[in-house]
Design a protein around this ligand. Structure first.
Ligand code: 13P
Length: 250
């Protein structure tokens, strides 16, 4: 049985004082959950969040990293820097980074490999645009992105990766993919993982859905056969919403 993994992606939101209050409040509400809880926060909140979340069941992640260990890359943060302060997870290849910061399948793959080399667990995002979906290319796009993101990884690494299927047209738009459609897309990703790494790995790998997940639709999404949780944007900024998503089964 795969665990449900609910990760918040705060994007470019939350000042340190807000982050500390959020975790202090959230911690009391999610302490009994069997689901895994992760918050992926801005770099400037990481240290505060790590300290506040110490001793709780809330794990902390970053939202991006560079693939090099160090060097002349002004403004960048490396996997080693994240790991050293205690970060466990890192989002890689979010569609906003692909769209606004020129990330490609190649840089995504480099970052995934670098993340593993420092013992970080990557949350790799894949997803199609509305035009690609309407042109009937969604399956091809998401399976190709998955293949390229995982290229060169070992079975053991793929066992520890999280894949987030985030259809771009559903992000921040209020439009959620239907539970059925999201589950079908995730099954296709799982089949690709099976083709590349075998059935055992494919049955184990966590594949989340992301795109306008909220308290009102979380349960339906999570009760499908293949959706293993969510990467939550907007609804992860309010304790009362995020807590309800985490506790969807209580
Ligand atoms: P929303 O939940 O705001 O649609 O964002 C989804 C997302 O991009 C999470 O990474």
């Amino acid at each position: 049985m795969r665990k449900k993994v609910i990760a918040g992606n705060w994007k470019m939101n939350m000042l340190p004082n807000e982050a500390i209050s959020f975790i202090t409040e959230l911690e009391k509400k999610v302490k009994n959950t069997q689901n895994e809880v992760i918050l992926c926060v801005p770099y400037t909140d990481l240290f505060y969040c790590l300290l506040t979340a110490q001793g709780t069941n809330i794990k902390i992640g970053a939202q991006n990293m560079h693939w090099e260990k160090n060097g002349a890359y002004t403004g960048e943060i490396s996997g080693e820097m994240l790991k050293t302060i205690g970060v466990e997870y890192v989002i890689i290849g979010h569609s906003e980074r692909r769209q606004y910061f020129a990330e490609t399948d190649e840089t995504v793959n480099k970052k995934v490999k670098a993340a593993f080399s420092y013992g970080l667990k990557p949350i790799v995002c894949v997803g199609e645009t509305l035009e690609e979906r309407e042109a009937g290319k969604a399956q091809e796009i998401i399976t190709t992105q998955t293949k390229l993101a995982l290229e060169g990884l070992t079975q053991e690494q793929v066992n520890h990766i999280i894949i987030a299927y985030e259809p771009i047209w559903a992000i921040g738009t209020g439009k959620t993919a239907t539970a059925h459609d999201a589950n079908e897309a995730i099954k296709q990703i799982r089949e690709k993982v099976e083709e590349l790494y075998g059935k055992e790995v494919a049955q184990q790998v966590i594949i989340q859905y992301g795109g306008s997940v909220k308290p009102s639709n979380a349960k339906e999404l999570f009760e499908t056969s293949d959706i293993d949780g969510a990467l939550v944007g907007g609804a992860s900024l309010k304790v009362e919403d995020f807590e309800k998503i985490v506790n969807y089964n209580q």
